[in-house]
Structures are given as structure tokens and as C-alpha cells.
Design a protein around this ligand. Structure first.
Ligand code: DX5
Ligand code: ZN
Length: 234
């Protein structure tokens, strides 16, 4: 059974204008985005420093479309993670993902996110093995594969990600067959209108794009080109 979930486009705020974040969130959702990808960096786990729960709370009222709240997809690139997870839940995060290297007790951290009522994700860096998924799929709603080394926007997509997407997709399909749970497969880093179709064809269903959208003058035209590219994949 192949679980082709409807594709989701999640622009990364990392490339937005930080002086006008609320407006940027509003504009990108009006332009057709589905989720807001929220990159949290601590200058420790990754060599950059960004935004935290206070900013998540501040954008929460802007992250809606037609009166409906949209998913704030929090990508934690911080260590440790457990202490701050409740703060993101209170700040209105819907999905919280973390890197296994950043938690000494991965199962416990996933359980904490779920107990607090959020969806949970595990993020694998380009060189992080898929074995981390082996015993925790029941507690995961999304697998996020990094297609760049985390820390910065605007990097080139690493081609070995295609093979990793295929292998992950087959693990998730086998799991869906026995559990009837469809876990999303998100890819983050260097995604643009030129490669999104290939990333989708390899098995991903959720696409983070920062500089390809926020770096451009017309968000709606980029997002609609991405949708056309996705629709053309058989
Ligand atoms: C990188 C972040 C990404 C980044 C993507 O550490 O996790 O979400 O913002 O940016 P682009 O799409 O420019 O590679
Ligand atoms: Zn990210």
C-alpha cells in the first residue's frame, strides 16, 4: 500500500523579513502555502541563532487561513529539547520535530510532545541513519529528512537525499500497511520549483522551502508553479 498523502507546502520563515513576520506569515498563506515552517536554532546544536516560543506565540494569530488555524511546524535545532517543548506547545505549535542527536531519550521526548497534545516529528540530518526510526514509529506523525546540513537557508540540495527519501518511504509504507497510520515524509533544504517534482516522485509529501519562496517578489506565482510541478508527477 502506497500512502500518497496530499502534498503540503511549508514555507520556512528563516528566509522571511524578520521585521515584518506577522505580515509575511499572512502573505505567504494568502499566496497558497499550507503550513508555516518555524526554524529554531540555538548556536549550539547548529551554528546559528533564530527564534523561540515568544515569536511562535506572536505569529500564532497570523497563522490562519479562511478563519482556520494552520499548522505551525516547529523544527527544533536545539539541545537539549525537553525543557522547552512545553513552552512551544503553550505558544501554539501544532507539530514539533527534533533531531535524535539532541535528545538522550528519544522515545521519552516523542512521548512528551504527544502527551502535550502536539504532533511529533523526528528529523534526520543527511548523514543520520534511518535506524533511528526502528522502534518509535508509533509515536511519530512525521519524518523530516534534511536535504542540507541544518543551520542556514539558501544551501544546495544534497543529491543523496533522493535515495534516502525512497528508503524512508518504503519503511513508512510498510508501517502504514500494518498500522493504517500514515506518517508524513517532509524534506527540508534547497527545495525549489526545479527540484520539487523529483523530491515528490521519490516519495516525499511535505516540502519546506525558504529562500525559494520568501526570496522572491511574488510568493503566489512560486507556490502555484510548485503546485503545477507536483500535479505533473504521475
Ligand atoms: C535549515 C532549515 C531550513 C531552511 C530551508 O537549517 O531547517 O528550514 O530554512 O531554507 P532553504 O529552503 O533556503 O534551503
Ligand atoms: Zn527547517
Amino acid at each position: 500500500m502506497s500512502n500518497k498523502l496530499p502534498p503540503i507546502i511549508a514555507p520556512s520563515l528563516l528566509a522571511a523579513d524578520f521585521a515584518r513576520l506577522g505580515e509575511e506569515v499572512h502573505n505567504v498563506l494568502q499566496a497558497g502555502a499550507d503550513w508555516i515552517h518555524f526554524d529554531v536554532m540555538d548556536n549550539h546544536f547548529v551554528p546559528n541563532l533564530t527564534i523561540g516560543p515568544l515569536v511562535c506565540e506572536a505569529i500564532r494569530p497570523h497563522a490562519q487561513k479562511d478563519g482556520q488555524a494552520v499548522c505551525i511546524d516547529v523544527h527544533l535545532m536545539i539541545e537539549p529539547v525537553d525543557r522547552i517543548i512545553p513552552d512551544f506547545v503553550k505558544a501554539g505549535a501544532n507539530l514539533i520535530s527534533f533531531h535524535p542527536e539532541a535528545s538522550p531519550h528519544i522515545d521519552r521526548t516523542l512521548g512528551l510532545i504527544k502527551e502535550l497534545g502536539c504532533q511529533s516529528g523526528l528529523v534526520l540530518n543527511p548523514a543520520t541513519p534511518l535506524q533511528y526510526l526502528d522502534f518509535v514509529l508509533d509515536k511519530i506523525d512525521l519524518v523530516l529528512l534534511m536535504s542540507v546540513n541544518p543551520g542556514f537557508g539558501g544551501q544546495q540540495f544534497i543529491p543523496s537525499t533522493f535515495e534516502k527519501i525512497k528508503q524512508t518511504k518504503s519503511i513508512l509504507d510498510a508501517y502504514a500497511q500494518k498500522s493504517s497510520r500514515h506518517i508524513r515524509l517532509e524534506v527540508d533544504g534547497g527545495i525549489n520549483t526545479k527540484n520539487i517534482a523529483a523530491v515528490y516522485a521519490a516519495g516525499a509529501d511535505t516540502f519546506v522551502a525558504g529562500s525559494a519562496i520568501f526570496g522572491k517578489p511574488d510568493y503566489a506565482s512560486i507556490i502555484s508553479t510548485m503546485r503545477q510541478e507536483l500535479a505533473a508527477v504521475k
